[in-house]
Design a binder for this molecule. Structure first.
Ligand code: ATP
Length: 235
């Protein structure tokens, strides 16, 4: 069953035609990855899904409802969480406050605490740093915090934008292990990555985006051995 379906999305930044008819599907329980080079339109696709950028035309069906052009703060309350490129944690707030921001629409303090405990299960290191200011954490810790903050809204679908960016290989491994673990426990994930090799290793299916268009799609295991993909993205 599809949780997310994009149909012929056209997105512009002024005169720049960033997405030229993007169609893709994410089924419940899957990790789907969108890979492509710099400027291909990966981030714009996620921003269009979560309502930060309005498409000129096309539909974004989330749990069957068209949410294209719905404001981001509304979409965030309906089961969709976006971890943006560059993490965007709140540097002056503590780690705990950052997590609480992720559950901004939940009034029940006990529920917020329960969700925080769940985040600690995935990210024990975040628990050790609760009173530290977000901006003083390392890049890897900030990425963990950003994912933890997104989990606080208990989403049906997690959108991850380049979680491996700028991180040391050993930390990248840890992040991808957590992505796999989250998925095994039921989380559906749309993962945008320039790190195609690692993304295709964890993803059930993948799409390749080039200058605003999907040029290839298939099982992660097929794409990773595909000659064209290997030459363009895995060299
Ligand atoms: P990257 O990994 O570098 O972020 P990307 O695949 O995520 O690449 P996008 O950021 O979605 O690519 O960019 C797609 C196209 O839209 C590019 O040509 C980019 O220059 C352009 N673009 C992105 N954001 C803006 C903006 N705010 N204003 C104008 N053009 C933009």
């Amino acid at each position: 069953m599809s949780i997310l379906e994009l149909k012929d999305i056209q997105t512009y930044y002024g005169g720049i035609h960033a997405l030229k008819g993007i169609s893709l599907t994410v089924n419940k329980g899957e990790i789907v990855t969108l890979i492509g080079s710099n400027g291909a339109g990966k981030s714009t696709t996620l921003k269009t899904i979560c309502g930060q950028v309005q498409p000129k035309s096309g539909s974004v069906l989330f749990n069957g409802k068209n949410i294209a052009s719905q404001p981001a703060h509304v979409t965030a309350k309906t089961g969709l969480a976006h971890v943006p490129e560059g993490r965007r944690i709140f540097p002056r707030l503590t780690v705990k406050e950052n997590l609480e921001m992720g559950a901004f629409s939940v009034n029940d303090k006990k529920l917020v605490q329960q969700r925080m405990e769940k985040v600690f299960h995935y990210f024990p290191r975040v628990k050790e740093r609760l009173s530290q200011k977000g901006g003083t954490m390392s890049g890897g810790e900030q990425q963990m915090l950003a994912i933890g903050r997104a989990l606080m809204s208990q989403p049906d679908l997690l959108l991850l934008d380049e979680p491996s960016m700028g991180l040391a290989p050993v930390i990248v491994e840890q992040i991808f292990d957590i992505i796999t673990e989250l998925n095994k426990e039921g989380m559906t994930i749309l993962l945008v990555e320039q790190n195609a090799f690692q993304a295709l290793q964890v993803a059930h299916r993948g799409y390749v985006i080039q200058t605003g268009e999907i040029v290839m799609s298939g099982l992660g295991s097929d794409l990773i051995t595909n000659e064209q993909v290997r030459e363009a993205y895995l060299a």
